[in-house]
Structures are given as structure tokens and as C-alpha cells.
Design a protein around this ligand. Sequence first.
Ligand SMILES: [Zn+2]
Length: 105
Amino acid sequence: MDFENLKINCQCNGKMERITTNWRGIEVRGWRCMKCNEELIHPIDAQKALEIDRARKNDELTVKLRKVGKSNVVTVPQTLMEIENLKAGQLLKWGIKGKTMTLSP
Ligand SMILES: [Zn+2]
């Protein structure tokens, strides 16, 4: 789907303009009707926002420990990358407290 060129008309037949709005503190793209102010969230962003919201509520994410060559690898879910604004190449610190390991920037 080409978001930039997508033209959407409101149910009221009003013209919709592209907006960036906030859904539970998560930035999402969408459209707003210039006539009745009805807002529509982009389906891809809506999906992403729901995942982020779910991850925040559970505050737990399950990943698998894998072996890649001689290294032991855990993946960082994309959702977490976005919530914490993590970037590939940045350094993270493991913290160990009893049986709990934490990973922090
Ligand atoms: Zn409308």
C-alpha cells in the first residue's frame, strides 16, 4: 500500500487530510476529515500501535536463545526496538540479579 498517494474520502464525503496523531502515546499516521473531523488511523500503524500497547501491558516478551556460529544470540523484538528507541550497533548492558537478567542501554 502506498500511503503517500492514498486518497481517502470520509463517509460524509468530506476531503481527508493526512495527519500524524497520538494513540495512547504512540505516534501513528492517519487521516482527518476536513469537514466533520472524523479521524482514521492507518491500518499498518494501528496494528503496530496495538502490538506496542500489548507489549507494554504484559511487560514481558518471550524470545528464543539461539546458537549462531559460536555465539549465543537472543533477538530483540521489533516492538521493543521501537518502544525503547534502540538502534543496531548500540551497546547494551546485561545485568544479573539472582535468576533475573536485565538488558539496558
Ligand atoms: Zn467527514
